[in-house]
Design a protein around this ligand. Structure first.
Ligand code: UD1
Length: 423
């Protein structure tokens, strides 16, 4: 298992290019299963989650290749309809093949994802949705097995205890494209990645309205065609580097991003004193002063503050003046990074679903362990300003969602290197 060694403190400056969105790419890849024809997806990031999805598609019998950032998918006559445990256990987003497989082949067998380090991850909304479309669903030997002799459009309310679900919305929207008649999903997720998926499906011939709102309407069609698409920029990658620039009190131009998709972060960074300028050429300049103010943040479904930036902003607030309260309303147990940040000298305590963070003057380098994708990014961000050496181990989590993070940060002036095969 690789580690990252970060020597701090650094001040980041320069320009950085943002990749295509991981969370848009994965369901769009799954959507290709709805057609027999070739699709071409551009702007695809080189990440282990994308490689896992490629393996799943190959396992299903799909011909697929990634060259640079262009993914060519030829589903023609694929026969498989099972997503086995070894894939789903490394990437929960594998669940998004459920809807397309069921709609196209009438049968889907997908390993149940189980729990994970950021808390329980139920799939009741996925099953509720496909049942509403007329599927028979059972759980057998750790697998969710869904069968249907032709799905039928239906109206449903797809809201869970923590609000809407991104991938349940994606799954049901995909399944409904080939269902007979009209489907209405109330309380649909309106994340930009769901909108991007809807736009790809429309290019394939789907009839969808209301994407980007909480009410999705899908009129089923008989067949879908191949399509070409360029995925949206990764708002979480962009946000992560904006936070990295801020914690180092740096001056960084983030290129190839969509400022509208990260307005909640822009709002909070501005509130703590970071200067943010969005430019018409899809770039954002981030300049941070020496002293930053504390702020309270609550993670919420889009357009609220994203849970996928909570760990990173927690690292940032540990270096601000005063006490910040960061409440997690999507995954109330997503706080594994607090203990590790405290090893670096942060003063963060957990109270229910909130982290209480007292800003400190400086962090100090330490050996820390990455527990999940975004927590890993938070530890690297902390390491950038910590005095001395920080070793972040288990960074295979990081590679799931950030391509070449060490190269990108080095270009901005960070001292960071990868050690191969170290715990
Ligand atoms: C997606 C993102 C992930 C992000 C999350 C929340 C992808 C590949 N992943 O994950 O990075 O952190 O959105 O923005 O796009 N829930 C239920 N029942 C369900 C499904 C979800 O109660 O059937 C709950 C979850 O436990 C969580 C909340 O709903 O509390 C939101 O989760 P959801 O939007 O489904 O997350 P994912 O789509 O899995």
């Amino acid at each position: 298992m690789d580690s990252l060694i970060v020597e701090g403190p650094a001040r980041l400056s320069g320009e950085i290019q943002i990749d295509g969105s991981k969370n848009a790419t994965l369901p769009i890849m799954a959507a290709c299963l709805l057609s027999d024809e070739k699709s071409v997806i551009r702007g695809v990031p080189s990440l282990t989650d994308v490689f896992t999805m490629i393996e799943i598609m190959r396992h299903l019998g799909v011909k697929i290749k990634l060259e640079d950032d262009v993914l060519t998918v030829v589903p023609d006559g694929y026969k498989g309809n099972e997503a086995p445990y070894n894939y789903v256990s490394t990437m929960r987003a594998s669940i998004c093949v459920l809807g397309p497989l069921l709609a196209k082949t009438g049968y889907a067998k997908v390993s149940l994802p189980g729990g994970c380090v950021i808390g329980p991850r139920p799939i009741d909304l996925h099953t509720k949705g496909i049942k509403a479309l007329g599927a028979d669903v059972k759980v057998d030997h750790g697998y969710l097995i869904a069968r249907a002799k032709g799905l039928k459009g239906a109206s449903m309310h797809l809201c869970g205890v923590y609000g809407s679900s991104v991938l349940a919305t994606a799954n049901i929207m995909m399944a409904a494209t080939l269902a007979k008649g009209r489907t209405v999903i109330e309380s649909a997720a309106c994340e930009p990645e769901v909108v991007d998926l809807a736009e790809f499906l429309i290019k394939m011939g789907a009839r969808i309205r209301g994407h980007g709102s909480h009410t999705l309407e899908i009129e089923g069609v008989k067949r879908l065609y191949g399509a070409e698409h360029h995925v949206i920029p990764d708002r979480i990658e962009a946000g992560t580097y904006m936070i990295a620039a801020s914690i180092t009190r740096g001056d960084v131009l983030i290129k190839g991003c969509e400022p509208r998709h990260i307005s909640a972060l822009i709002d909070k960074l501005s509130e703590i004193g970071v200067s943010i300028k969005s430019n018409p050429d899809a770039s954002i300049r981030v300049r941070a002063p020496r002293s930053l103010k504390a702020v309270d943040i609550t993670t919420l479904p889009y357009p609220g503050f994203p849970t996928d930036l909570q760990a990173q902003i927690t690292a940032l607030m540990s270096t601000a003046q005063g006490t910040s309260v960061i409440s997690e309303k999507i995954y109330p147990e997503r706080f594994m990074h607090l203990g590790e940040l405290n090893r670096m000298g942060a003063q963060a305590a957990l109270e229910g679903d909130s982290a209480i963070i007292k800003g400190v003057k400086s962090l100090s380098g330490a050996q820390v362990m990455a527990s999940d994708l975004r927590a890993s990014a938070a530890l690297v961000i902390g390491g950038l300003v910590a005095r001395g050496e920080t070793q972040v181990s288990r960074i295979y989590h990081l590679d799931r969602g950030y391509s070449n993070m060490e190269a990108k940060l080095s270009k901005l002036g960070a001292k960071i290197r990868r050690i191969k095969g170290k715990q």
